[in-house]
Write a new protein. Structure first.
Lengths: 243, 548
């Protein structure tokens, strides 16, 4: 699987290093690589190309790191932060970034971060606790604890919130599963459910299963995922998408 | 000594005591001298002066008085009787032929004012004889001995001195102490507005009082008295000029020179005959009333110093009404008021100094922190990693520059000022590093620079760092420009940097600006101006060290 990479970095030498090392590490997996020295250029590149992964510097000249974090994690692409501000790592992980690479970085460290695109590992990373949604030209940030479940909709997703509202997210369900592996369980190819929102697992006629949710609704469980869901519910916090 | 204690002390001294005896003066044998009639003793216990005009400067006189002591029924005499003596000469007092008092001065001088006590043992009922032997020592022929003897209240025998002496001592000492302290304060570089006026005002108060009342303290040749009498008016006038000047300066009253008309008007009004009030007391009244009104205006405008003066002058005004010792209490209040105001101001200044010290430590920490500022350091190290792997010569060159910058910043961190030459060296090194990192060609040009000029450390370095934070200088050839000018206001520095793709956060915001302002305050107090604005395509920062 090849993909498009976007490097958002205003330091020429750092951008050059990211570009060179990424090309070496990804080799033929990399179908295209783009570089943006500022947010405006990054936005236009994201709109023009199907970007899969963004390497983002949080300290772009004139930009607020928190705003950058919200804006770019709301995109369809996965985000890896490459920054000198290691004190923002926790905040970054809470917004669901794949990894946080502190500057200066070695080839090995960057390779490890890029590898998470294919195999997310969250053995030591804080769980995602907030999800940013693009909405009306701005960004809405929602706590993951306020979300009942995500429903897959083509390349995108819809989040069903406990208050009954629905929010649209540009990330696919698979990418959301990558960053929401703690606290959520993939019960169906089209559903990613908050563990704490599940009241019970109910078997129906014809070897079908459903999840009864705390809001009174029910969601189907994929046949191949029943054991995974049972295991997750039995172990709740740790197994429900946990490590 | 607090005010309550001072007031209590003065009241105790001034309080009339019960008279254990009645004195009746019955005669003397000195030519042209006479005693007061006994009938007026109850309302005015003084005798009229004994006047003896000297025929030669070796003259000696004997006065002899017959005194009848009468006790009230059942009265037990427990206090000696005090007599206040004024004399231009040397005296011996004998009570029933026993020596009871002498000013004991030999040579050419003597105390003009002193006191003699008639012991309790000598105050038995009946007739007694008081003899006074006067040697007109130091006087010239034709002058008067001017002997005056008054019954003095027993309770006024405070440490054996007259109340006037106590208040004189207090005012003179307090005012001189204040002046001395303020001189030390001024020499220590903690000069406050009005300090100089307060020094001269304090010295003037002490001199006015000492010239008027110093004869109670010191023995000096009689020939000095005319000179001291001549010196009194100029110092009194100085007082009437300095007090308004001090108060107007302290409350920062506008048009001070115009308001100084208070001084001559006060003195002029005091010369007009109104009732029996002494001229200098009337002048005190007028000047303190005028300054009281000015202080009230300042107080109304929210000036705390004016509030203190309004209260102080109000008390001084009341003191004039109540003062038993001719304006001494007024001068005490004025002295205390001046001292209190400056003490409070110095206290505020001390707090400011502590705050500045804390600020200085914080600035030092900021400068050290800048050495390891993550954005600069980590991006530089990342760039270095890239050069090490792709262009080792560039890496070596960059490391050398980085080391120089860190070395200078480490040196600057312990200093409150550096020479402009050192500052510009730091700026140039930083610009060279950034040029290499941003693949640009950026230079700092200077004009009119005085290399020895002292400036706060990392002042322009911070402005240049700000420029890099807020502009996009990648792959660019640009010139920064620093000009030094001497203007009528002081020394002006103008740093002009090109604006390239400016950021929304603005050029004049953030930590850098606060660091500069704090450094400037530490360096020259409030005597600086710092402003930045867009001029053409450049962002221009102007820093002025104002003339003090």
């Amino acid at each position: 699987m090849s993909f498009n990479l976007l490097i958002v970095e205003d330091e020429p030498l750092v951008a050059k290093r990211l570009s060179r090392l990424s090309a070496e590490i990804l080799d033929d997996k990399l179908s295209a690589q783009h570089s943006a020295p500022d947010v405006a250029t990054a936005r236009s590149l994201i709109n023009a190309h199907s970007i899969d992964l963004i390497l983002l510097d949080l300290n772009l000249v004139g930009s607020d790191g928190f705003d950058l974090l919200k804006e770019f994690t709301a995109k369809a692409a996965h985000t890896i932060i490459v920054s000198a501000e290691t004190n923002r790592a926790l905040e970054a992980f809470e917004f669901g970034v794949l990894d946080f690479v502190p500057k200066p970085f070695t080839r090995e460290r960057l390779a490890k971060a890029l590898g998470r695109f294919w195999k997310p590992e969250f053995t030591d990373a804080p769980a995602t606790s907030q999800i940013a949604f693009e909405a009306n030209g701005g960004i809405d940030v929602v706590s993951t604890s306020d979300i009942l479940y995500f429903r897959g909709a083509d390349k995108y997703s819809e989040a069903m919130l406990k208050n009954g509202s629905i929010k649209f997210h540009t990330k696919s369900l698979n990418r959301l599963e990558d960053i929401l592996s703690a606290g959520f369980v993939r019960s169906h190819k089209s559903y990613l459910v908050q563990c704490s929102a599940i009241k019970s697992l109910r078997s129906l006629e014809g070897s079908r299963y459903e999840l009864d949710l705390s809001d009174g609704n029910s969601l189907p469980i994929g046949r191949t995922r029943v054991n995974h869901v049972r295991h997750a519910l039995a172990n709740n916090d740790s197994a429900c998408g946990g490590p | 000594m607090n005010m309550r204690l001072i007031i209590t002390l003065l009241l105790l001294i001034a309080a009339p005591s019960a008279q254990a005896v009645s004195l009746i003066a019955s005669g003397n044998d000195g030519s042209q001298s006479y005693a007061k009639s006994p009938g007026a003793l109850a309302t005015d216990p003084s005798w009229q002066p004994y006047s003896a005009f000297l025929k030669t400067d070796e003259a000696q006189f004997w006065y002899s008085l017959k005194i009848i002591v009468r006790h009230d029924a059942g009265e037990i005499v427990s206090n000696p009787l005090a007599m206040s003596v004024r004399l231009n000469g040397v005296y011996d007092f004998y009570w029933d032929d026993d020596l009871i008092g002498s000013n004991k001065y030999q040579g050419k001088s003597a105390n003009q004012f002193s006191r003699v006590l008639i012991p309790v043992s000598g105050l038995s009922e009946g007739e007694h004889q008081l003899k006074i032997h006067v040697s007109a020592l130091g006087m010239r022929a034709g002058e008067s001995s001017d002997l005056r003897v008054l019954i003095a209240p027993v309770l006024s025998n405070f440490l054996g001195v007259h109340p006037t002496v106590v208040s004189t001592f207090f005012i003179a000492t307090a005012a001189l102490f204040l002046a001395g302290y303020l001189i030390v304060v001024r020499r220590a570089g903690r000069h406050r507005p009005g300090t100089t006026a307060a020094i001269f005002l304090s010295i003037t108060i002490s001199l006015v009082v000492l010239l008027e009342e110093g004869r109670h303290f010191f023995a000096y040749p009689y020939s000095w008295q005319p000179m001291m009498d001549v010196l009194q008016p100029p110092f009194a006038l100085l007082f009437f000029a300095l007090l308004p000047w001090f108060i107007l300066t302290r409350i920062k009253f506008p048009n001070r020179l115009w308001w100084m008309a208070i001084a001559p008007i006060s003195v002029a009004l005091s010369l007009i005959e109104i009732g029996a009030v002494e001229q200098h007391i009337r002048a005190f009244f007028i000047v303190s009333a005028a300054l009281f009104i000015i202080s009230l205006v300042g107080w109304r405008r929210g000036n705390n110093t004016a509030k203190l003066f309004a209260v102080g002058l109000g008390i001084a005004f009341i003191a004039l009404l109540l003062d038993p010792v001719k304006g001494h209490f007024f001068l005490i209040v004025i002295t205390v008021m001046v001292a209190s105001d400056l003490a409070l101001d110095i206290q505020r200044q001390s707090k400011d100094a502590v705050r500045l010290q804390i600020m200085s430590e914080r600035l030092r920490a900021d400068l050290i922190k800048r050495n390891v500022q993550p954005h600069f350091l980590m991006n530089s190290l990342t760039a270095l990693m890239e050069w090490v792997e792709t262009s080792p010569e560039d890496a070596v060159h960059f490391i050398d520059g980085l080391a120089q910058e860190f070395r200078i910043l480490a040196d600057f961190s312990d200093r409150r000022s550096v020479s402009l030459k050192e500052e510009l060296s730091l700026c140039s090194i930083h610009m060279a590093l950034m040029s290499q990192r941003l693949t640009s060609n950026l230079k700092l040009e200077t004009d009119g620079i005085i290399a020895d000029q002292q400036v706060p450390p990392a002042l322009f370095h911070t402005l240049i760092e700000n420029a890099f934070s807020h502009n996009d200088y990648r792959a660019l050839e640009a010139r920064f420009n620093l000009i030094q000018e001497t203007t009528a206001d002081g020394i002006l520095f103008r740093l002009s940097v090109p604006v390239v793709n400016p950021r929304e956060s603005g050029q004049n915001a953030g930590l850098g600006t606060r660091y500069i302002e704090a450094r400037l305050e530490e360096f020259c107090g409030n005597a600086f101006r710092f402003q930045s604005q867009m001029i053409g395509s450049n962002w221009v920062s102007e820093i002025t060290f104002e003339k003090v």
